[in-house]
Design a protein. Structure first.
Length: 119
């Protein structure tokens, strides 16, 4: 069971990582394959050694995801400069967040139902 302070700390660290990684992706990564990326969420392990960055990608997501995964070390190095107060900077792992595309599909179905009702 997580203690209240541990979960609060992991939430705080996840929030800082989310904000910083979003800025790094937007401004620091020069790989032309990385575009149309939104950082959706970050989950951090209780020991703060691992962080999973959940991203939504517009378009060809597998190529972009591969490029992000290849840049994880670079992103971690920049995070270490920005988060110098932390003893250990988490290993970064990028994963695709599929919930947005799921919600978009549901929205299309609902709109299709409404269009059918008006005819």
């Amino acid at each position: 069971m997580k203690s209240r302070s541990t979960s609060h700390r992991t939430e705080r660290v996840a929030s800082v990582i989310k904000r910083n990684v979003a800025v790094i992706i937007e401004t620091e990564i020069s790989d032309p394959r990385i575009h149309g990326v939104s950082v959706v969420d970050v989950s951090v392990s209780p020991d703060l050694r691992y962080a999973t960055v959940w991203v939504y990608i517009y378009g060809n997501d597998e190529d972009v995801l591969d490029a992000l995964r290849n840049s994880a070390g670079f992103v971690r190095r920049l995070l270490s400069e920005q988060m110098s107060e932390m003893r250990v900077i988490p290993q970064i792992r990028f994963e695709l967040d599929k919930s947005q595309s799921y919600y978009e599909r549901i929205d299309k179905v609902i709109k299709g139902l409404h269009d059918g009702e008006s005819n």
